[in-house]
Design a protein. Structure first.
Ligand code: PLP
Length: 466
């Protein structure tokens, strides 16, 4: 299995080098050179496997010969053993056709644990074999950072620096990052929004000497390995509801487009997915594009679902590359235009092809609260991101009323206690392993939105041993 860049100018690479590099040298994102496609019999064989075994079978299709026989299987078993339910990703029925796919039973209570618990182990394994050390830098709007830190803390062969937008994550989200005091972990609060943090990370990667000096790597959702590790739960849940004999729709609360792109990938691999519903909040660029081919960036406005407060969805580039017939030059031109003008011109026929599959809906804070209240009254406590997903599934359902809709429940309600209390009048309790989160010591540095300042901090952290 080899990987190509969405901008078409980087040489193809294997999984191991894609894992370590994150972003391609030409600024593009990696995708498999060819997609593995499964037959009906292949899908059938996966049904009923324990989640870690199923995950290993799917992820193995993308890892080539990076891991020796048995290693990936053991890493998956170990990564998901820390989840608090043996189902790992349980399905809960909400109404006659809607099911919540609960992705929040991992150590940091959000779906990012699925990929990052595995990535931390993959990195350590590969780096130990190569005798190398890397510096992981990442930007987070909330949940990526804590999941990455939790997955990387104390690991031998890497340092991690996470940028978060100062004052724009929930207190639980911030504390889940800043109370991890392992010496290989550093948190920076950037005076800016999430897009500013993401731009800083991209700028560090584009600074070739700095990138080499620090042996930089990424764990944010531009890393292909993360997408690969998110495909299995779409497969497992679809099989549980009768695929491949029937079609399934997925509704995904979306920010950086990574999670919904993993659902797209499952479909590309032959899973019968009729519809992908993109749930957005008031930062609605994707919903505007899907409903009216308007991809114009606007300033990010904080909302009740901070992990979706994004106007530049990095992983959209992967879909664009596919929609443009895998034409790297056209993809690069469109991305450059977007960067320069804040508008992405996408021709009518490309857009029409996409809207055969995608539905989109922007859910306001008021609607989010109303949906959380409605679900709570029916006995289902939902976090604001999950509620945006279920609300979108009501506003923009698939055409066939018999198609089951699986909604990605991306975070545990206790991660967003203020919103839950506002909607329901009750404050959700943190699970036992986090009950003392508010008493733990925090450690982070506040820095301006300035590349030099950030690079100096990363350098100081990575060199603290040398
Ligand atoms: C990260 C996150 C999202 C957005 O996922 P993307 O892959 O960035 O689209 C949605 N909900 C929660 C709770 C998240 O943590």
């Amino acid at each position: 299995m080899r990987y190509v860049s969405t901008r078409g100018e980087a040489a193809p690479r294997d999984f191991e080098s894609v894992l370590l590099a994150g972003l391609a040298e030409d600024g593009g994102l990696f995708l498999p050179e060819t997609w593995p496609v499964l037959t009906t019999d292949d899908w059938e064989e996966l049904r009923g496997l324990p989640y870690p075994a199923l995950a290993a079978r799917i992820i193995r299709l993308f890892t080539g010969d990076t891991f020796e026989e048995g290693v990936l299987e053991a890493m998956c078993a170990d990564a998901y053993a820390g989840f608090t339910t043996p189902a790992v990703a349980p399905l809960v029925q909400l109404d006659h056709r809607r099911f919540a796919l609960e992705l929040f039973h991992g150590p940091t209570l959000a779906f990012k644990d699925f990929a990052l618990q595995l990535l931390g182990r993959m990195f350590d394994h590969v780096l130990a074999r190569r005798g190398e050390r890397i510096t992981i830098v990442g930007a987070t709007s909330g949940d990526t950072g804590s999941a990455a830190i939790e997955a990387c803390k104390g690991r031998e062969n890497l340092d991690i620096v996470i940028l978060h937008p100062e004052g724009r994550t929930s207190a639980v989200q911030r504390r889940q990052m800043t109370t991890v005091l392992s010496p290989n972990v550093r948190n920076i609060a950037v005076q800016g929004d999430f897009d500013a943090c993401q731009d800083l990370v991209k700028a560090m990667f584009n600074d070739a000497p700095f990138r080499r000096e620090m042996n930089l790597s990424a764990v944010n959702s531009i890393n292909w390995a993360r997408i690969a590790a998110q495909i299995p739960y779409y497969v497992a849940s679809a099989l549980a509801l009768g695929a491949p004999q029937c079609e399934i729709a997925f509704a995904v609360p979306t920010g950086n487009f990574g999670n919904v792109f993993a659902a797209w990938a499952a479909r590309r691999m032959g899973l019968p997915v009729s519809t992908l519903i993109v749930g957005a909040n008031r930062n609605d660029i994707l919903a505007r594009w899907i409903t009216g081919n308007d991809m114009t960036a606007q300033p990010v406005i904080p909302s009740l679902s901070p992990s979706m407060d994004i106007q530049v969805s990095s992983n959209f580039e992967r879909l664009l590359f596919e929609l443009l017939g895998r034409d790297g030059a056209r993809t690069a031109t469109a991305m450059r235009a977007f960067r320069d003008t804040g508008r992405m011109p996408i021709d009518e026929s490309t857009w029409r092809a996409a809207t055969a599959l995608f539905r989109g809906h922007a859910v306001s804070d008021e609607e989010t609260i109303a949906e959380m209240r409605r679900l709570h009254a029916q006995g289902y406590p939902a976090d604001p991101h999950t509620a945006a997903g279920t609300a979108a599934s009501h506003a923009a359902p698939p055409d066939n009323p018999a198609t089951p809709i699986i909604i990605a429940a991306t975070a545990h309600p206790a991660k967003f206690p203020d919103a839950v209390e506002r909607a329901t009048g009750t404050r959700p309790a943190l699970p036992p392993h986090m009950a003392d989160l508010y008493e733990r010591e925090e450690r982070f540095t506040v820095l301006p939105n300035d590349l030099h300042a950030i690079e100096s901090a990363v350098r100081a952290h990575a060199r603290r041993n040398g």
